[in-house]
Design a binder for this molecule. Structure first.
Ligand SMILES: C[C@H](N)C(=O)N[C@@H](Cc1c[nH]cn1)C(=O)O
Ligand SMILES: [Zn+2]
Ligand SMILES: [Zn+2]
Length: 480
């Protein structure tokens, strides 16, 4: 009886050890998008490999993915390794199912001056509120370590793990999972040959109270526009008015992409979006979510929609275009009178069924070239794809989802909502296709965890209960 699973008590007992493990991992600033921090990403891979070894995982391999392809400043920059390892083995007497656990150990950039209350790479535990803070606690270091902790709990409870595990932990997810597709395809009939299913814990509940299981993701195509003019930044008093300013060109192109109401202005994208079906129309009402919960999570009342249905549809099943930032532009405090000589504007499009990724790239590049040509600017202009990752959608009633729903009900006492996710995990579809299996998304954190934002957090209760769900999920999946 899994609700009496002694491993659950062991998880409670080992809470201080599990919090310490997370604290140690958070201290390594493994920011994949910052080339200067690449050694730290590699350091975190070694940290995890050691933890895996100490916990009895074997056949641990740090897979080299070679050099990072352009656009990149350092053309010799090596990609961080993918960590493959096994727990348990299939011999003739021991025919257990095998679950591949995917997670990522890299994190988004974070600086204290972005507005964090504490140093982002110094783990902070709010003892009173029982909330842990630090870059990566919820995305995705906490959930990734959850699996290691569960193995430790099984071992220390004297219980055999009911399944075999294979880990695939990458260090480039926040930068488009570059290089991982190829590795998965290569290893499909080798390291991954016995995999029965894939489980990913790398997204969040929709709100703050109700657990969810996730059966869909949006994709993400990330672009950059580079505009070059003067060979260095200039004094705007001396040169303003007589030079073509890259930043002015960029603002024109960026504003042409999307309206303030979120409507994408690039011709041809809307037409690729799958129409809403009657079955789909009915799912939104049943989901436990409110406009107030959205406002709470964003910390303001600036939602574009005032009802649950529209919010969910625009988060899950419609594309969105976000403008992320401008490299080379002045952004510090004060009033610097400068004309930036070169600027790089960054934006991405979250993709949904049935957007064709390659067709989208062409539409984006054609649109940007056309708008820039209309400016008749003497500056140089280039739009390029930085990375892409496909959307994904699956059947939420297969064996893996059923096992996870049972495990969730054991711990939280309610059936989880079945949700889609507005974010992206680029590798999900590759696992499904290359390993010819299904993928379950089993989120640990809450919708207000502030992943990618300041003061990223994970409630201690979500960390602990998330591991209890994992522990029972392994058991239920093994029984089926
Ligand atoms: C949902 C997941 N935890 C996540 O944050 N994914 C990132 C992946 C990504 C895609 N391009 C860059 N990063 C996301 O959705 O932004
Ligand atoms: Zn992320
Ligand atoms: Zn993530």
């Amino acid at each position: 009886m899994a609700s009496n699973n002694p491993v659950l008590n062991k998880i409670e007992e080992l809470k201080p050890t599990f919090i310490k493990r997370l604290s140690d991992a958070i201290a390594i600033p493994a920011v994949s998008g910052d080339e200067s921090l690449r050694p730290k990403v590699v350091e975190k891979a070694h940290f995890l490999a050691k933890q895996l070894k100490d916990l009895g995982f074997h056949d641990i391999q740090l897979k080299d993915l070679g050099v990072q392809p352009p656009p990149v400043s350092d053309s010799n920059l090596k990609l961080p390794p993918v960590i493959l390892s096994r727990y348990g083995n299939n011999d003739s007497k021991n025919k257990k199912k095998t679950i591949l656990i995917y997670g990522h150990y890299d994190v988004q950039p974070a600086l204290k001056e972005d507005g964090w209350d504490t140093e982002p790479f110094t783990f902070y535990l709010d003892e009173e509120k029982q909330i842990m803070r630090g870059r990566g606690v919820t995305d995705d270091t906490g959930p990734l370590l959850g699996w290691l902790n569960v193995v430790q709990a099984y071992r220390e409870a004297g219980k055999e793990l009911p399944v075999n595990l294979i880990t695939c932990f990458e260090g480039m997810e926040e930068s488009g999972s570059i290089g991982l597709d190829k590795l998965i395809i290569e290893e499909a009939d080798k390291y991954f040959k016995d995999v029965d299913t894939v489980c990913i814990s790398d997204n969040y509940w929709l709100g703050t109270k109700k657990p969810v299981l996730t059966y869909g993701l949006r994709g993400c195509n990330y672009y950059q526009i580079t505009i070059k003019g003067p060979k260095a930044d200039l004094h705007s008093g001396v040169f303003g008015g007589c030079v073509a300013e890259p930043m002015i060109d960029l603002v024109h192109v960026l504003q042409s992409l999307v309206k303030p109401n979120g409507e994408i202005q690039i011709a041809g994208i809307k037409e690729m979006v799958a129409p809403v079906t009657e079955t789909e129309n009915q799912i939104y009402e049943k989901i436990d979510f409110s406009v107030e919960e959205l406002n709470q999570a964003i910390g303001s009342k600036t939602s574009l929609y005032d009802n649950k249905r529209d919010i969910l549809m625009h988060r899950w099943r419609y594309p969105s275009l976000s403008i992320h930032g401008v490299e080379g532009a002045f952004y510090g405090p004060g009033a610097k009178t400068v004309i930036p000589g070169q600027v790089i504007g960054k934006f991405s499009i979250r993709t949904v069924p049935d957007i064709d990724s390659k067709k989208l790239d062409q539409l984006v590049i054609d649109h940007c070239n056309k708008v820039f040509a209309e400016l008749k600017s003497p500056n140089t202009f280039k739009t390029e794809l930085v990375h892409d990752g496909n959307y994904w959608i699956t059947d939420p009633f297969n064996k893996s989802f059923t096992a996870a729903a049972r495990a969730t009900k054991d711990i939280y006492g309610v059936e989880p909502d079945l949700t889609r996710e507005g974010g992206s995990i680029p590798i999900t579809l590759t696992f499904e296709k290359a390993l010819k299996t299904n993928v379950l998304l089993l989120p640990m954190g809450r919708g207000d965890d502030a992943a990618h934002s300041i003061n990223e957090k994970l409630d201690v209760s979500n960390y602990i209960n998330g591991m209890k769900i994992m522990a029972n999920y392994l058991l239920y999946y093994s029984e089926d």
